[in-house]
Design a protein around this ligand. Structure first.
Ligand code: IFM
Length: 470
C-alpha cells in the first residue's frame, strides 16, 4: 500500500484543501522515456546534445532514462497506488514528426494514445505538454527556434495532437519554461542546442511566445472543450538589502526574467524599460504577433522552486542560515506564497496550476530499502502550506503537480540530482516509492495533512485578512 509509512493521526490541526483541488505529478518525455531511436522516432536536439562529449555531467544521456517507454503499465500502476488525480507528461515532438513536420509517425502517436487511455482507465486526468525542450534535430538544422517558420510547424504539430488525442485530453500546456529554453539553451549554452548569443536568445523567446499563441489557436480549432495554458518558471527576486541600487537590481532582474513573458501574454506588450535596455538586441516582431501571443488562456501554469536574491553587483549565491537543495537552490516557501499573491494582484490571470514544484536532495536508503527523504517531504509540505495560505489570500489556485513523479535525467546535470517522489535505481530501473511519495499519497487521500498550530493559524489569518479587505 502506498501509505504504509505515513499514517495521519487524528491531528489537532490540519491543513485542508478543497475537495476539487487537483493533486498531480509531472514528468517530461526526454527525462524519463528512453527509447530514443525506437519505433520511428527522429533525433531531437537533446539526443544530439547529450551524445556530444562534454555537454552533460558524467556523459549521461536520455537514451534509456527511466525506460518509461517500455514500462508504461508499471508507472501508471505506481501513479494509481500513490493516488494522483492528474498526470502531467510531455510529448516528444520527434516521435510524432521525426523530421519536425511532414510525415506523421503513427507508432509515436500510438504510444501517447496508449498512455492517455491507460491514464483514463486509472481515473487519472492527463495534462499534456507539447514542448518540454526536445526539438526535432531536423528543425534545428533550419535554425531551430531562431527561425520564425518553426512556430508554424509547432502549430501543425499541435493540430495533429489535438485531432488524435483531443477527444480524451482536455488540458494542454503549450510550452514549458520559455525563459530556460531561450536563456540556458541560447544565451549561456548549457542546454541544447548549446548556443551562446543573447540577441538570438531574445528572438527565440519571441518565437516561443508566438508558437504558444499559434498552438493555442490550433488546439482550440477542433475542440471547444479544450483548455490551454503555458508553464512559466518563476523565481521571485528579492533585493539583498534596502539600498536603492539593490532594489533597482532586483526589480530589473524580475522584469528581464518574468515580465518579459508575463507582459506579452497578459498585457500584449514587452516591458518598455527592458525593451529600451536591450537596444539593438530586441527581437523582430510582425504587426499581429502581440495579439496572437496574448489571447485568453484557460489557465496559467507556474513552475516554482526558489527565489533569487539580487544586489547591485549580481546574484547573491548563499544567504546565511538558509537551507539549500542539491541544486544549490534556496528553500523559500514564503516567497512562493508572495509570488502567487503578487502576480494575481498585478495581472488579470486565469486559474493557476502549480505545474512543477519539488526538490533535489540526496536520499537516504535504510538497511531495509526504504527511501527516507525527510528533506523532500518537508519541502513539499511547507510549499503546500504556503500554496494554501495564498489561496486564502484570494489566489485562484486549482491544483498542484509535484516535480517529479520519478527520479530522472536532470538535463546537463545527468542523473545525479534526484527530484522524484519515486526512487529509480538507474542500474536496475527498479522503482520504489519514497517516504515523500507515501506522505503525498496520504495528503491526497485526506485532502490535506496534519500541521503545527502556527501553520494552521497562518492560513486562518490569511482568510481573516482577506475577509476584512472585502
Ligand atoms: O527537471 C526540470 C524540468 O525539466 C523543468 N523545470 C525544472 C526541473 C528541475 O530543474
Amino acid at each position: 500500500m502506498a501509505d504504509k509509512n505515513v499514517s495521519f493521526p487524528t491531528a489537532e490541526y490540519c491543513v485542508t484543501f478543497p475537495r476539487n483541488f487537483l493533486w498531480g505529478a509531472a514528468t517530461a518525455a526526454y527525462q524519463i522515456e528512453g527509447a530514443w531511436n525506437e519505433d520511428g522516432k527522429g533525433e531531437s536536439i537533446w539526443d544530439r546534445f547529450s551524445h556530444t562529449e562534454g555537454t552533460v555531467r558524467n556523459s549521461d544521456t536520455g537514451d534509456v532514462a527511466c525506460d518509461h517507454y517500455h514500462r508504461l503499465d508499471e508507472d501508471i500502476k505506481i501513479m494509481k497506488e500513490i493516488g494522483i488525480r492528474a498526470y502531467r507528461f510531455s510529448i516528444s515532438w520527434s516521435r510524432i514528426f521525426p523530421d519536425g513536420h511532414g510525415l506523421v509517425n503513427l507508432a509515436g502517436l500510438d504510444f501517447y494514445n496508449r498512455l492517455v487511455d491507460k491514464l483514463l482507465a486509472a481515473r487519472i486526468q492527463p495534462f499534456a505538454t507539447l514542448y518540454h525542450w526536445d526539438l526535432p534535430q531536423k528543425l534545428q538544422e533550419i535554425g531551430g527556434w531562431t527561425n520564425r517558420e518553426v512556430s508554424s510547424h509547432f502549430a501543425d504539430y499541435a493540430a495533429v495532437l489535438s485531432k488524435h488525442l483531443g477527444d480524451r485530453v482536455q488540458n494542454w500546456i503549450t510550452i514549458n519554461e520559455p525563459w530556460v529554453i531561450a536563456n540556458i539553451g541560447h544565451k549561456t549554452g548549457e542546454h541544447a542546442p548549446g548556443i551562446k548569443d543573447e540577441k538570438m536568445a531574445l528572438q527565440v523567446a519571441h518565437h516561443l511566445l508566438l508558437a504558444h499563441g499559434k498552438a493555442t489557436q490550433a488546439l482550440r480549432a477542433d475542440n471547444s472543450n479544450t483548455k490551454v495554458g503555458i508553464a512559466l518558471d518563476m523565481r521571485p527576486t528579492a533585493p539583498a538589502s534596502d539600498a536603492p541600487e539593490d532594489i533597482e537590481a532586483a526589480t530589473k532582474t524580475w522584469s528581464r526574467e518574468a515580465r518579459w513573458y508575463m507582459d506579452p501574454l497578459f498585457k500584449a506588450y514587452y516591458p518598455p524599460d527592458i525593451w529600451t535596455e536591450y537596444g539593438s538586441k530586441v527581437p523582430v516582431l510582425k504587426p499581429r504577433d502581440m495579439s496572437v501571443i496574448s489571447q485568453n488562456l484557460d489557465f496559467l501554469g507556474i513552475n516554482y522552486y526558489t527565489r533569487t536574491v539580487v544586489s547591485d553587483s549580481g546574484v547573491v549565491s548563499k544567504i546565511p542560515g538558509s537551507q539549500y537543495t542539491e541544486m544549490n537552490w534556496e528553500v523559500t516557501p514564503e516567497s512562493f506564497c508572495r509570488l502567487l499573491v503578487d502576480i494575481s494582484r498585478e495581472y488579470n490571470l486565469p486559474p493557476i496550476y502549480i505545474t512543477e514544484n519539488g526538490a533535489a536532495f540526496n536520499d537516504r536508503i535504510s538497511p531495509t530499502g526504504e527511501i527516507e527523504d525527510e528533506d523532500r517531504l518537508s519541502y513539499l509540505k511547507n510549499h503546500l502550506i504556503q500554496a494554501r495560505v495564498a489561496m486564502e489570500d484570494g489566489v485562484n489556485l486549482q491544483g498542484y503537480f509535484v516535480w517529479s513523479l520519478l527520479d530522472n535525467f536532470e538535463w546537463a546535470l545527468g542523473y545525479e540530482k534526484r527530484f522524484g517522489i519515486v526512487h529509480v535505481d538507474f542500474d536496475t530501473l527498479k522503482r520504489t516509492i519514497k517516504k515523500s511519495g507515501h506522505w503525498y499519497s496520504s495528503a491526497i487521500k485526506n485532502f490535506g495533512f496534519p500541521s503545527a498550530k502556527d501553520e494552521h493559524e497562518q492560513i486562518a489569518s490569511a482568510a481573516a485578512q482577506r475577509s476584512e479587505r472585502r
